[in-house]
Design a protein around this ligand. Sequence first.
Ligand code: NAD
Length: 468
Amino acid sequence: MSDLQNIFDRQKSAFNGAPNIGWATRKANLKKLGNAIKTHETEFQRVISEDFGNRSFVETTLAEVMVIQGGISHALKHTPKWMRTRRAPTAMQFKPGSNKIVPQPLGVVGIISPWNYPLQLAIMPLIAALGAGNRVMIKPSEYTPKLSQLLKDVLAGIFSEDEVYVAVGGVDVAQEFSSLPFDHLLFTGSTNVGRIVAEAAAKNLTPVTLELGGKSPTIIDESADMNTSVARIANGKLLNAGQTCVAPDYVLMPGAKINAFSEAMIQQAEKFYPKVAGNPDYTSIIADNHYARLQGLLEDAENKGAKIRTAGDDDKQQLAKERRVPLTIVTDTTPDMKIMQEEIFGPLLPVVASDSLDDALDYVQKRERPLALYWFGKNKKKENRVLNESISGGVSVNDVAWHVIQEDIPFGGVGPSGMGAYHGEAGFNTFSHLKGVFTQSRFSQGKMLHPPYGPKTEKMLKMMKKIM
Ligand code: NAD
């Protein structure tokens, strides 16, 4: 028997021995998780930076550690309420019987996480799974080996293997991991691998939550305040050097304003990061293959006639050595360019002319449903049209990415950008079985429907039809 199967079996039998741990244990689990993340923050900053080549320490605190602390505080405050048996109405014909919904832990759940926010995307699902009372196995990405090992060590310091286990290793480990008969599997990563994981899970009829990627559009309306929009888009795009699942992938805006917008974006990026090479606040591209992929997207676009503007005047060789890519605005694009087809996942930003809202909505609707959509503008009517007529995992209005860290709304994709959701109550529900329970009353007249059928049954059916 393999090690993973062995851990899985041990978690399963530990779960069966205590299938519904109470709030006191769940609370203690969440608290010690929060404390461990706090205690090891500096080490997390250091190893993530080493894995990336350079990852801004501030970004690790802001986009990983603080998001986790927010998730834990929210779970500590609200889980007791989510755990409670929920009242449900009962239709007249079934009264005085009554309905209720009983949330139950699922059992042993699996979490597969990517490299781009390697701490946050392993721990946020863990918070939801622990809050819901499950045992958890985690497979972090092989692209961040130091973080994965530290995560394993830190979690092993506070949980026994039959509570939480971290499986480190490459794609072979990931494949074996996804074939385990989990009670639920949450995968965060690319759409292509998501398909493979869903297929492996289907063999066990393991339900999946898929948190995937895609091309998230940003629509800038003519009513938008340009200065504010530029600052917010540049900030969201350059966080983690664009290696963010919900980073704005491309911009749709009035053609006449594209030039001014592109110049303003470049100036804004230079203000944020006067130097890119050597700047500890500017994150490197994770690996050589991803760096080459981004250069390939630019080359392909340029060869097909796109205009490229790059922020700053850093030495190109130095940038390549540090695997850093400054903000690069790409205009005059055509649909046959790879940059307009593939998820970019880096600091390259195509800007496409779209002179009416109909045009922009049509562009979005004809493409795969994105993980996020951003709309900048002051016109409420148009804003409502965008919200009603476009389908995306989530939306931020007049900013980018902020909807993701709201614990009070679900986070997830739709169609090719994912299925299911988590964060806050949505996460608790994802990792719980919401069991419907009907309790019959001793005054029930149900026996009137028992066979043999006859006039009594007819009378009962007539009465029921009247009140239904
Ligand atoms: P990836 O799909 O390459 O890898 C993700 C995880 O899958 C890793 O842990 C890896 O070990 C595992 N894996 C790889 N091959 C596998 C296989 N054959 N079977 C089972 N598991 C396998 O993704 P990535 O490059 O790490 O991350 C980038 C992608 O993730 C982007 O597309 C991005 O948009 C997406 N993403 C989505 C979210 C979200 O919340 N929706 C968040 C971050 C990243």
